[in-house]
Design a protein around this ligand. Structure first.
Ligand code: ADP
Ligand code: MG
Length: 241
């Protein structure tokens, strides 16, 4: 479980998170939305200790992240907005193996994890391919496999769909849905709810560093979302794509 209480994070003297509280249960699929600058990236970077709170607490499985960063990083797998920024190797298999290798696991275990992670994102058997020769959608899936190979309890993806075309977007969402069905808790950060909203029971919207909405999508109407600075998923936007 990820538990955030009264979290304040400042850049300089400006609070990007301003007393935010949120709990994400194990196995839960949460869509975290909000306009640009609302604090989404700042928030999720606290989940595994990439940022520390100025005030308040962030706990993973009951342990404060700033005191137990290794435990948090093992429990929470993070996939960043631009996958190119987080690839560390030239080939698919070497990149996905990097995290498990750094856990000090033996070769057979690393191979097992790499195989399962690639299969989970529909990239089985493609470990020898060069990452820079893959499509954007395939690169996004390799980045997800890299996080999965750590066998996290929670997978947190910061704008995983940005820059993907529609088939790649749907393929990635299908993989995430399958992972969630298999028990992985999933937090998808996005400012664009199209296609995502139908796949979640819980929509959290940030605004100015606080939780402005936390509800089942079926309970939320488009006007409410628009008022929070989030483009509603239905209507002209979806049709336009
Ligand atoms: P989101 O991911 O929702 O777009 P961010 O968490 O990136 O929001 O940003 C929240 C606020 O914090 C914004 O006003 C942004 O300009 C500011 N901010 C984010 N990162 C930095 C940084 N490294 N230095 C200074 N200000 C930052
Ligand atoms: Mg962001």
């Amino acid at each position: 479980m990820i538990a955030v209480r009264d979290l304040v994070h400042r850049y300089g003297d400006r609070a990007a998170l301003d007393g935010l509280s949120l709990t994400v249960a194990d196995g839960e699929f949460v869509v975290l939305a909000g306009p640009n600058g609302s604090g989404k990236t700042t928030l999720v970077r606290h989940f595994n200790g990439l940022l520390d709170p100025d005030e308040g607490r962030v706990e993973v499985d009951g342990r404060p992240v700033d005191e137990h960063p290794v435990a948090a990083r093992t429990s929470v797998g993070m996939v960043f907005q631009d996958p190119r920024d987080c690839f560390v190797a030239a080939t698919v298999g070497a990149d996905v193996a990097f995290g498990p290798e750094n856990l000090g696991l033996d070769l057979a275990e690393v191979d097992r994890r790499v195989g399962e992670a690639l299969a989970a994102v529909n990239m089985a058997g493609r470990g020898d391919e060069r990452i820079d020769e893959l499509s954007g959608g395939e690169q996004a899936r390799v980045a997800i496999a890299g996080a999965l190979a750590m066998e996290p309890d929670h997978l947190v993806l910061d704008e995983p769909l940005a820059g993907l075309d529609w088939p790649a977007r749907r393929a990635t969402l299908d993989r995430l849905a399958a992972l969630h069905a298999g028990g992985t808790g999933t937090v998808v950060v996005t400012h664009d709810l199209r296609d995502v909203i139908d796949r979640t029971d819980r929509l959290v919207v940030l605004r100015e560093g606080r939780v402005a909405l936390d509800a089942a999508p079926a309970e939320v109407d488009g006007d409410r979302l628009a008022g929070l600075g989030v483009r509603p998923p239905r209507g002209t936007g979806r049709d336009a794509a």
